[in-house]
Design a protein around this ligand. Structure first.
Ligand code: CTP
Ligand code: MG
Length: 235
């Protein structure tokens, strides 16, 4: 069976501050989305990448993919995205040909994930897991709070989950395609990752080791870190 990757890249990047949609911003001269597309195409197991572009940016994304050297063995499709990440992923899934039995979902905002992480996720799905997420232990202690009604007000702590049982989850997340489709057709709650929809179906999700370089570019400081990582790789 073929393995496809859906790259949701339709977000505006509000937390990054004013500018172009986040996926189109440059890291050391190359758009974030191109770095992410290369990271997926670097895996020999990936035969198709579906990029979910900003709703009015599908043409621009197509030209960008054409303009940058990407491996010939990988096919690329571009579809316009939606209002939420969840909608964008669904629009990407709708574009998949039926011979793709394994699907990965990878944030354009994680441009530097190493190929070994991509391959580890695919391998775990091939070995029979219906849903696989790469994740890392946390550095910070995490507290659950009662969120303040007024921003800036002190927030009461509700609980402190045991840190060694917590994991910070990354992408690419890997799925048996039928399972992910069913999750997207069934779950209507707002979620922040795809695996949680599979959890809501009552199906098992497993964790494999993530990688520090798979961090998500979210705030301005993350751009500094991403460019430093690229400079260290001398790309
Ligand atoms: N995404 C998407 N469609 C949306 C919203 C998000 O495809 N309507 C994608 C983003 O492009 C990104 C990934 O989902 O690659 C993870 O989302 P996030 O890091 O939150 O990116 P943004 O939503 O763009 O950023 P922000 O929340 O700061 O606006
Ligand atoms: Mg967002």
């Amino acid at each position: 069976t073929r393995t496809a990757v859906v790259i949701p890249a339709a977000g505006r990047g509000v937390r990054l501050g004013p500018g172009a949609p986040k996926a189109l911003r440059a890291l050391n001269g190359t758009p974030m989305l191109i770095h992410a597309a290369r990271a997926m195409a670097a895996s020999r197991a990936v035969s198709l990448v579906v990029v979910v572009a900003p709703p009015d940016g599908a043409g621009e994304v197509k030209s960008l993919l054409d303009a940058h050297a990407l491996p010939e063995r990988t096919d690329f499709l571009v579809v316009p995205g939606g209002e939420t990440r969840q909608e964008s992923v669904k629009l990407g899934l709708d574009a998949l040909p039926s011979d793709c039995g394994i699907v990965l979902v990878h944030d354009a905002a994680r441009p530097l994930v190493p190929v070994d992480t991509v391959d580890a996720v695919i391998e775990a799905v091939r070995e029979g897991a219906a849903a696989v997420v790469p994740a890392l232990p946390l550095a910070d202690t995490v507290k659950e709070v009662e969120p303040a009604a007024v921003p800036g007000e002190p927030e009461p702590v509700v609980a402190t989950p045991e840190r060694r049982r917590l994991r910070a989850v990354q992408t690419p997340q890997g799925f048996d395609r039928a399972t992910l489709l069913r999750a997207h057709e069934t779950v209507t709650d707002d979620v922040t990752d795809d695996a949680s929809m599979v959890e809501q179906l009552g199906l098992p999700v497993v964790v494999v080791p993530g990688h520090e370089e798979a961090f998500k570019v979210t705030r301005p400081l993350d751009l500094v870190l991403a460019e430093a990582v690229l400079a260290r790789r001398r790309l």
